[in-house]
Design a protein around this ligand. Structure first.
Ligand code: URP
Ligand code: ZN
Ligand code: ZN
Length: 468
């Protein structure tokens, strides 16, 4: 059995969905599960997924709360957090109420919500947001790019000030909008329309500059920040430098920045659209920087950013073969493969310990969003959310093995070692050997509490860094 800090052998006693005993040789229960030969880890917590969400361009995700949560369960994730998105003119209260009503009858795993704030009107900031934070929606995402979502610096400061006063977590999509638009215009003027130009327009410098700027803004108000989906080595350096100065800035990354590159967007015809997300996958050097940042503690959470769009007119290709790189829906699927990918290439390949894996995929998410210790760990009193990993299984990824509604996976053909064989949610086996046992609507809505401070895993103090 493994947590973020320990590995040990023990029996677990579970009652009423919670862990009530951890000891050797517990007496038999009403039902016993033999986990011999398998690794027992906490259920995954995926704190960045987009389900049943309309993008700023009006495109609906391919996964609703049922297909998305079923896919999560098969991948070993027992809790997810998705985004209730405010589009301009929307009331935050109505956005949340509508989103909860959609999730309630469908989810098979537990879930909580973030907000996306795109229209920080006085009513939204002074009335709705404080009330929603008090009710347990304690985190919200803001965008520095996308025409219909982005906030300018003054609006970012307004939002940071509310978060500071109400003790909420701010998640930032950090890319410089003007830089991206400037490059994109020049590309399109010259007739460059193919998917691969998405990665050219979303240049690394756009991410690095915006990351640096929003960290600077946050220091004005001493408001903690999470930079989401970090992909660029210079952005990582900005985060690390701020952390070294004591700024409470955290970082998240995702499978696409470890396992994909910009070359994947350069496929024949429109195929590259399947690999299009923002920020885009970069290159081998950036991948190494992201691995390093996960192991030295600069990045604390590994999420999927599951943003599922089908490869047709309903998603990636609104104008078929005429779709330009500016018109393709942004996002890649990953809710089901997030854990198997990192387990295989991180733990089984010897890049990280299983305890680091647990921290990055479950415990730190639960701490960051105030769900710990109910979620994200194995402890007396915690929900019995567990995954029994078969470390011997080898799987060649193919979309037909998955349970999302996307129709493809960017990770097809990759051989993975280790698989989440049995998945237990609040004491109930919900997946076993490829079969689902959970009923739609059996997932529970979670209110988030205050974040717990996270530690940097291996922060070197400045003096030591000078000599290392
Ligand atoms: O390309 C991405 N990541 N799409 C999903 C929306 C977002 O910005 O996270
Ligand atoms: Zn984003
Ligand atoms: Zn996202």
């Amino acid at each position: 059995m493994c947590t973020a800090s320990d590995s040990f052998e023990a029996d677990l006693g579970i009652d009423d969905g919670r862990i009530v005993a951890i000891a050797s040789n517990l007496p038999p229960g009403e039902r016993d599960i033999d986990a011999a030969g398998r690794w027992v880890l906490p259920g995954g917590v995926d704190s960045h997924v987009h389900l049943e969400q309309k993008s700023s361009m009006g495109v609906m995700t391919a996964d609703d709360f049922l297909s998305g949560s079923v896919s999560a369960a098969f991948g070993g994730t027992t809790t997810f957090m998705s985004f209730a998105a405010q589009h301009r003119g929307d009331s935050l209260r109505e956005v949340i109420d509508d989103y909860r009503a959609r999730a309630l009858p469908r989810c098979v795993v537990d879930y909580a919500f973030h907000l996306i704030v795109s229209d920080p009107t006085p009513r939204a900031m002074d009335v709705e947001l404080p009330a929603l934070i008090a009710e347990g929606v304690r985190s919200f995402k803001v965008y520095m790019t996308y025409d219909r979502l982005r906030l300018d610096d003054a609006q970012l400061l307004d939002v940071l000030a509310v978060a500071q006063r109400e003790q909420a977590m701010v998640m930032v999509h950090a890319e410089n909008h003007e830089v991206i638009q400037w490059i994109a215009r020049r590309l399109l003027d010259r007739g460059h329309r193919a998917p691969k130009y998405h990665a050219v327009a979303h240049a690394p410098v756009a991410e690095a500059e915006a990351t640096h700027r929003v960290i600077a803004l946050s220091t004005l108000l001493e408001q903690p920040l999470l930079i989401v989906h970090v992909s660029d080595p210079v952005a990582i350096e900005h985060i690390r430098a701020a952390q070294t100065l004591g700024v409470r800035v955290y970082g998240e990354t995702c499978p696409q920045y470890l396992f994909l590159t910009a070359e994947d967007l350069d496929k024949p015809g429109m195929d590259g659209a399947m690999w299009c997300c923002s920020p885009p996958p970069r290159d081998a050097r950036a991948q190494e920087a992201v691995w390093r940042a996960l192991s030295n503690g600069t990045l604390q959470v590994f999420s999927s950013d599951h943003a599922p769009y089908r490869f047709d007119a309903s998603g990636k290709l609104p104008r078929g073969a005429d779709t330009t790189f500016k018109e393709m829906a942004n996002g890649v699927p990953g809710i089901e493969l997030r854990l198997p990918l990192l387990f295989s290439e991180g733990v089984m390949a010897g890049r990280m310990t299983v305890n680091e894996f647990v921290a990055l995929t479950a415990t730190n998410h639960a701490k960051m969003y105030g769900l710990h210790p109910r979620k994200g760990t194995i402890a007396v009193g915690s929900d019995a959310d567990l995954v029994l990993w078969d470390t011997q299984r080898r799987t060649v990824v193919d979309w037909s093995l998955l349970h999302d509604n996307v129709g493809y996976t960017p990770y097809a053909g990759r051989e993975l070692r280790g698989w989440p064989q049995t998945v237990i949610r609040r004491g109930e086996v919900i997946v076993d050997d490829g079969t689902l046992y959970a009923r739609p609507g059996s997932g529970q809505y979670l209110r988030c509490g205050l974040p717990l401070p996270l530690e940097r895993a291996a922060a070197a103090p400045p003096a030591r860094r000078l000599f290392s």
